[in-house]
Design a protein around this ligand. Sequence first.
Ligand SMILES: Nc1ncnc2c1ncn2[C@@H]1O[C@H](COP(=O)(O)OP(=O)(O)OP(=O)(O)O)[C@@H](O)[C@H]1O
Ligand SMILES: [Mg+2]
Length: 194
Amino acid sequence: MTTYANGALPASIAETMELLESGDYLAGTALSTVLFLSLRMKRPLFLEGEAGVGKTEIAKVLAKALDRPLIRLQCYEGLDISSAVYEWNYPAQMLEIRLSEAAGSADRQTVESNIFSEKYLIRRPVLQAISAEAGKAPVFLIDELDRTDEAFEAFLLEVLSDFQVTIPELGTIRAQEPPIVIITTNRTREVHDT
Ligand SMILES: Nc1ncnc2c1ncn2[C@@H]1O[C@H](COP(=O)(O)OP(=O)(O)OP(=O)(O)O)[C@@H](O)[C@H]1O
Ligand SMILES: [Mg+2]
C-alpha cells in the first residue's frame, strides 16, 4: 500500500480510490475522480447530499490516510469571526495590563504591542487551517456550510479563495501551503457558487 507521509498526494484516480478504501470508505469512480481532481488542482471539494451518505466521513478518512491533522469547522446559525477565525484572549490581556501597571515599568506603547501579539491570540479553526508549516497542511472540513448566515458564508468563501486572514492589530496571515478543503452542505438552502 502507498503511504502518503510528507505531503504526498495520490497520483491517479485509482490511487485515490485505494486511499479511501484503506480507510474503509467505499467510493465509486465519480467520487474518487472529483476528489482526485480537487487534490490535484488544490481546490475545495464541495459535497452536497442527504444525511448519512458519508460527507463528513470522507474528510476524516482522508486526513487519516494522508497523515494530516483534521481541522473541523462545524457551521451553525450565528457562527461568527470570534468562533470561526480568531479571538483575543481578553482576560489574559487585562491581567497583563494590570501587572505592567502595578510594576510601573512599561510605557503605553509597549503594553499595547505586548497584548496584541501572538501570545494572546486564540486561533479558531480557520486560522489554524492556514497556519500550518509547508508540507503539513491539514484537511480542513467546513461542515454543513448551509447552516451559517449568508454573509458569513460569503466571508468564509472569500478566505478560502486566497487563504489569508487579516487581523487589524497583527497584520495579514497567509497560508504557506493551502489546506485540503472539504465543504459539506445538506441543501437546506442554496449555497453560492464557489
Ligand atoms: N462511503 C462510505 N463508506 C463507508 N462508510 C460510510 C460511507 N458513507 C457513510 N458511511 C458511514 O455512515 C456514517 C454517516 O456518515 P457521515 O457522518 O459522513 O454522513 P454525512 O453525509 O456527513 O451526514 P450528515 O449530513 O447527517 O452530516 C459514518 O459513520 C460512516 O462510517
Ligand atoms: Mg455530516
